[in-house]
Design a protein around this ligand. Structure first.
Ligand SMILES: Cc1ncc(COP(=O)(O)O)c(C=O)c1O
Length: 367
């Protein structure tokens, strides 16, 4: 298998734990284990009593039931748990794509959604969105990309990196186009729940289209990326079976303590998601004021969903070098847009509690 380097994660591998203040995270403020264990009276004891054996391949029934409660039509048997969403991207593409076949990927996007698809040997077309058009979705553009060999369409809403959500009309139209051709939609919903206006929340794709796979995780809206648990939900048993068969070659099953803790968290998922959304909504005006104050440097399309903004940085030099210098000198880490093939942009993350400090430090550094 040939696969190109994962530019986002390569950059973070180098910088994330070196810079003092992370100002580009895609997750929300994490929880302490102790906080999680206060959610139910017997949680602490259950964790200590847990036997650390193998777990069920699809995920424990307790976990799959807690996950399925978040869907209208998908039940526990329609869920496959994963070692976080990243495993879902890998398994889905490798289970469903082969040389001679074709996938369409909404871009820019989280890099593995493109590179893992390419690594299957399938042809990959990008459904490209652009800053000049306010990151709009071009449905005619999508129609032009569809082929007889198209097997999978990857969507992501709320979106990394633009921080915008897909409109209900666009979402419905894409699913309709897919249904007419029996194309699988891999819908990356990892930021679902973080719409700034809850009325913008889309249905889970797997609830409205039987060949859609909803991909989710506790890494983002629930603030638990260190537990490394994600899942797929899909009402087509054949699709889930094919993906589960491949999981036997990657992780087999999930970590037992993580399964228990994630089931616990998801039983209180609404409260945890709301905690993250409130933080995002409290931080956004600070980012907005910063962008306005620094209008000579930054412009943007104001984000509408999730914890990420993707402004353009107007400097003469190289934006990636600028990010590296800022990390090294000011200890503030922004993600250069080059990792998304958007070299004029930077990613700002505003889902963490120390956002005011990080912005303040950046402001002082800029002078
Ligand atoms: C859109 C998107 N999908 C998937 C992932 C992977 O998430 P996880 O940490 O749960 O593997 C990320 C992480 O940043 C992401 O932004």
């Amino acid at each position: 298998m040939e696969i190109r380097p994962f530019a986002i994660e390569r950059f973070y591998e180098q910088w994330e734990f070196r810079a003092e203040l992370m100002l580009s995270s895609s997750d929300c403020e994490s929880l302490a284990l102790a906080e999680l264990l206060t959610l139910e009276p017997d949680a602490h004891e259950r964790l200590l009593d847990l036997r650390l054996g193998y777990t069920e391949v699809a995920g424990s029934l307790e976990l799959r039931s807690a996950i399925a409660d978040g869907y209208e039509r998908a039940g526990p048997d329609d869920v496959l748990t994963l070692a976080a969403a990243e495993e879902g991207i890998f398994l889905t593409y490798h289970a469903l794509l082969a040389p001679g076949e074709h996938a369409i990927v909404e871009a820019p996007c989280y890099g593995s959604a493109i590179e893992v698809a390419r690594s299957t040997g399938a042809e990959v077309s990008l459904w490209q969105r652009g800053y000049a058009d306010g990151w709009a979705h071009d449905l005619d553009g999508l129609l032009g990309l569809l082929r007889a060999q198209t097997k999978v369409i990857y969507l992501n809403s709320p979106h990394n990196p633009t921080g915008m959500h897909m409109s209900r009309e666009t979402f419905s139209r894409v699913l309709e186009l897919a249904r007419e051709r029996s194309i699988v939609v891999l819908c990356d919903e990892v930021y679902r729940g973080l719409e700034h206006d809850a009325a913008d929340r889309l249905p889970n794709a797997c609830d409205v289209y039987e060949r859609a796979i909803s991909l989710n995780t506790v890494s983002k809206a629930y603030g638990l990326p260190g537990l490394r648990i994600g899942w797929l939900a899909c009402r087509d048993p054949q699709l889930i079976d094919r993906i589960r068969a491949l999981k036997l070659y990657t992780t087999i099953c999930s970590s037992a303590p993580s399964e228990l803790l994630v089931a616990l968290a998801l039983r209180h998922g609404e409260a945890l998601g709301e905690r993250s959304r409130r933080l995002v909504l409290a931080n956004l005006p600070l980012v907005e004021a910063f962008i306005a104050r620094r209008g000579e440097l930054f412009d943007w399309v104001r984000p509408t969903a999730g914890p990420i903004a993707f402004p353009r940085l107007r400097i003469d030099g190289d934006v990636q070098q600028w990010c590296e210098q800022t990390a090294a000198s000011a200890g503030v880490l922004l993600l250069p847009g080059a990792v998304y093939e958007q070299p004029e942009h930077v990613r700002i993350g505003y889902g963490r509690a120390n956002l005011p400090q990080a912005l303040d430090r950046l402001d002082r550094f800029l002078g």
